[in-house]
Design a protein. Sequence first.
Length: 87
Amino acid sequence: MTEEDKKIIGNKKHLYDETIKYDETNLPKELKEYIKLLKEYDKKKDWLSYDLKFDEFEMRLGAYLRAGKISDYDYKKLIAKYGWLYD
């Protein structure tokens, strides 16, 4: 990790909010795959790839929400957990 990365990420242990608990077992397979990728980027501390993939994830979450395949609660929890970069 470069010094610039450290300035952007700060002292956060993860690129997502690990304090938010959410059971992902009932999510559609596609959303689980996005989460898996986000966690892989987190392990590498690759914040740029994480941020780009989160944009895709956010759009897919919205599509699943509009289609009634996830609840508003699910949408909000997942955005809060994986999208802290947008605060």
